[in-house]
Structures are given as structure tokens and as C-alpha cells.
Design a protein around this ligand. Structure first.
Ligand SMILES: Cc1ncc(COP(=O)(O)O)c(C=O)c1O
Length: 442
């Protein structure tokens, strides 16, 4: 490999700045494949950080972009509106069956979280019946982004420990863990024991919101949990007038088999955040969907009640037009595809578990996510667990792109991945991991 993070002009993120770290120079992409400068074709098994839900360079998205370029590229959204912003907003509201009233645009997941936090705080300030509130309930294994506010409502962990001084008040509770319930319960007999401390706290304090990734904690370990947790949180939020904020940057746009995870859980939040798959990964775009009762507190001639927040590229017409097509594709075939993928992943999970035996734990599938933990003799779950990097590097021999989260290995392929590519991923995983189990030869 000719490039490394030290010699490139680009500061490559989430990559150790060391000359021994190889960088792939990617020159083109199509469907589930990316091609490097030497002509090697790689399978993008995590769909480039969970964005390329229809694979790379889908022709429908390309033509949406080309068509939009014929008329309008970008116009500032302050004081203006345009058709592609309106089309996408309308289609998103329709897809939520109008559980929300307004769509606030931004350009990445972290910013969309910031917007939800600021809207929540201002909601209480604008509301004549409430005192100001600004503290949020957050969860230990959550990840909501890398900007200061988004980092602040994420669990305290390896990613953000350096910046702990910058934290505004939050109250962190252990993330629900239905895969290894500390109370030894199953969803069938669970009484949401894990929320007992939270329940006590929310009844004694005035929080501005509960921030959570519904059904799956993604970047912090692909932890699945039961919808009972969300039902209970909804009840607690409603009874204490606390806002419920669902971060669906990862789980939204069909990832779990429904358009949004909140629909799968049958629990409607007050604010909903989307990004990543929104444009099928083609352009940066994010949204914060706002409930009617929140929006009403901003409906005023008084400028002090306005929400003063915008990013320069907010509602970019090219991104919105691609987003609109991406939402249409989700309804036309994306959901069918992800449900078919889930069935295939479930079959692979059974044979994978059989082959790997006790060397793997928590083999699991939800929608387009397959994950498991590699059982380490000394288990530690940190992102930095070196086994993740070893597995990632070994998979490179098979031209499979993965980014394990420490000993948690997962795949999130495009919904449209072909059967031969899926087969190749599992074959590569099994061959690599069984190789790790073989005793070292002298
Ligand atoms: C659940 C969740 N929220 C927020 C973010 C931040 O999104 P972005 O990287 O677009 O800022 C991520 C990114 O991985 C995420 O997984």
C-alpha cells in the first residue's frame, strides 16, 4: 500500500497516525464493491459506516442528483424554501404517518442531535407552564456523535474521555442489556428492572429529555435490547413531561426492517433524528423531526421564541433531492430487500454458530445487522481491544472491508448485497476465525 496516515495531506479520522497503518486508496465504487488503485475489488461489508443502503452509485440516486443539478444546486434556507426540501420533508412526514409535524435539516448526525438538544432546552424556556430544564438522561453504551453536545449525551467511554471537563449536566444510567441481562430475565418475564434507578431519578428531578438509540446501541457494541424498555421510557417521559428523543441515525431508513426503529418498537418519540442512509450514503444530510406539541411552542411573533440555529448548507437542494429519491426507493423495494437480507442473515447465523461453537458469543441478527462477540480468554470490551484490528486486517486478505468494535464483529451490508458477496463475507469470516483457533505451529 502506497499511502499511510502520516504521509497523506488528509488527516484520516479514527485512524492511528502511524506510518505502519496501511491506507487503501479507493478509486471507484459500484453496488457493494469498492475498487482500489491496484484494481483489487473489495466488498464494503459495513456499507461505508452504515450509509450505502442501496450500494454505491445507485443509478436512481445518480439521476436524482443529475436532474437536480439542471435547476438548483443550493440556496440558503433562511428566508427561502425550495421544492426538493419540501418534497423530502413531506415524504418523511408521510412515512412517519404524521407522528411529527416539522423536519429540521442539517448535514450530519451529530448536528441533528445538537439541534434536538437545543430544541428541547428551548421548548421548556418557551413554554409558559414549565421552568427551564437542561439536564438530559443518557445511557452508558450509547454513541450520538463527536461534536461537543452529541459527545456529551453519549456514554462516557474511550471516544470522549479526554473531554469530560466540557460536559454539561447529564445523568448517565447503565444501558439496558437484554443480551446478558444482569437480572437474569428474558423479555417475556422482564419487568424493566434495569430502569428502576432511572425511574426514581426522573420522578425526583426535572430533566429536559431522555436520549436513546432505539432497540440497538450501534457504535458502542451493536447491543440489542427489547422494546419493553422503550415502552417504559415513553411512560416515564410522558408522566414527567420529559421529552423522549430517539437517535435513529443508524437504525432509521429501514435498518431494522421497518422504515424507523420506533415503528418496530411501537413507541413514538417526541423528536426523531435521521442521517446516514437518508441519502443512501451519497451526500451528507440529516434531519431532526419535531412533534407538533414542541413546534407549537415556537409558533410566535416574538423573535425571542425563535429557534436560532442553522448550518450554511442546511437543506442543500442536491442532498434533499437525492434524499427524496432514497425515501421513495425505501418504500418501493428497500424494505423488501432488508427483510430478505434479515432472513438470509438468520440462516447464516445458525450455521456460523454451529461452526464457531463456544468461540463466539451473542450471535445475533436484527434487520440488516449481523453481530457477535469473539470470545477472548481475557474478555474486555473496549473498542481498543486488539483482536478487532487483527480480525479486520486478516479479513483484508479476502478483500472484505470491516471495522470491528473491539471484540464485537458485525456486518451491515447494503440491503441490495448479492448472494455471492454475502457468501464470500461469511466464508472469509469463518476461515479467518477458525484460523485464529488453530494452535500455533513451531
Ligand atoms: C446513533 C448515531 N448517532 C449519531 C451519530 C453521528 O453521526 P455523524 O457521524 O453523521 O455525525 C452516529 C454515527 O455513527 C450514530 O451511529
Amino acid at each position: 500500500m502506497k499511502f499511510n496516515p502520516v504521509t497523506t495531506n488528509t488527516w484520516v479520522p479514527l485512524t492511528i497516525q502511524d506510518e505502519s497503518e496501511p491506507l487503501l486508496n479507493i478509486v471507484s465504487a459500484e453496488n457493494e464493491f469498492v475498487t482500489d488503485e491496484d484494481g483489487n475489488v473489495w466488498i464494503d461489508a459495513i456499507s461505508s459506516w452504515w450509509t450505502m443502503i442501496y450500494g454505491h452509485r445507485h443509478p436512481r440516486l445518480i439521476s436524482a442528483l443529475q436532474n437536480q443539478l439542471q435547476t438548483l444546486d443550493h440556496v440558503m434556507l433562511a428566508g427561502n424554501i425550495h421544492e426538493s426540501a419540501e418534497n423530502l420533508a413531506k415524504s418523511l412526514l408521510e412515512l412517519t404517518n404524521f407522528d411529527f409535524k416539522k423536519v429540521f435539516y442539517s448535514d450530519n448526525g451529530s448536528n441533528a442531535i445538537e439541534i434536538a438538544l437545543k430544541l428541547s432546552i428551548q421548548y421548556y424556556q418557551n413554554h409558559p407552564d414549565f421552568k427551564a430544564r437542561s439536564e438530559f438522561i443518557v445511557f452508558s453504551n450509547s454513541y450520538h456523535g463527536d461534536s461537543i453536545g452529541a459527545m456529551n449525551v453519549s456514554g462516557k467511554n474511550y471516544f470522549n474521555r479526554i473531554f469530560s471537563e466540557l460536559r454539561f449536566p447529564t445523568k448517565e444510567f447503565p444501558a439496558p442489556n437484554c443480551m446478558n441481562c444482569p437480572w437474569g430475565k428474558q423479555p417475556t418475564n422482564c419487568d424493566t428492572e434495569c430502569l428502576a434507578d432511572l425511574e426514581l431519578s426522573i420522578k425526583q428531578n426535572e430533566y429536559a429529555g431522555i436520549v436513546i438509540e432505539p432497540l440497538v446501541f450501534g457504535a458502542n457494541g451493536m447491543l440489542f435490547y427489547d422494546k419493553k424498555v422503550l415502552t417504559k421510557l415513553r411512560d416515564l417521559a410522558t408522566s414527567t413531561d420529559t421529552l423522549l428523543i430517539f437517535d435513529e441515525v443508524f437504525t432509521g431508513m429501514g435498518k431494522l426492517g421497518e422504515p424507523f426503529a420506533y415503528q418496530k418498537a411501537e413507541v413514538v418519540p417526541d423528536l426523531l433524528i435521521l442521517a446516514k442512509g437518508l441519502t443512501g450514503g451519497m451526500l451528507p444530510l440529516a434531519t431532526t423531526l419535531v412533534s407538533d406539541f414542541i413546534y407549537k411552542q415556537f409558533l410566535s411573533k416574538d423573535p425571542y421564541k425563535s429557534f436560532f440555529h442553522a448550518h450554511t448548507m442546511t437543506g442543500n437542494a442536491l442532498a434533499c433531492s437525492v434524499g427524496y429519491t432514497s425515501v421513495s426507493m425505501l418504500q418501493e423495494f428497500g424494505l423488501t430487500k432488508v427483510r430478505e437480507l434479515e432472513k438470509k442473515l438468520n440462516l447464516y447465523a445458525i450455521s456460523f454458530q454451529k461452526k464457531m461453537g463456544t468461540s463466539v458469543e451473542n450471535v445475533r441478527v436484527m434487520g440488516g445487522i449481523f453481530a457477535f462477540e469473539w470470545k477472548e480468554p481475557v474478555a474486555h470490551d473496549e473498542y481498543l481491544n486488539p483482536i478487532g484490528k487483527q480480525i479486520k486486517n486478516s479479513l483484508r486478505n479476502f478483500h472484505i472491508l470491516l471495522r470491528p468494535l473491539g471484540r464485537t464483529i458485525y456486518i451491515t451490508p447494503p440491503y441490495t448485497i448479492s448472494d455471492p458477496s454475502l457468501e464470500k463475507i461469511f466464508l472469509a469470516l469463518e476461515t479467518t476465525l477458525l484460523g485464529f483457533l488453530e494452535p500455533e505451529k513451531d
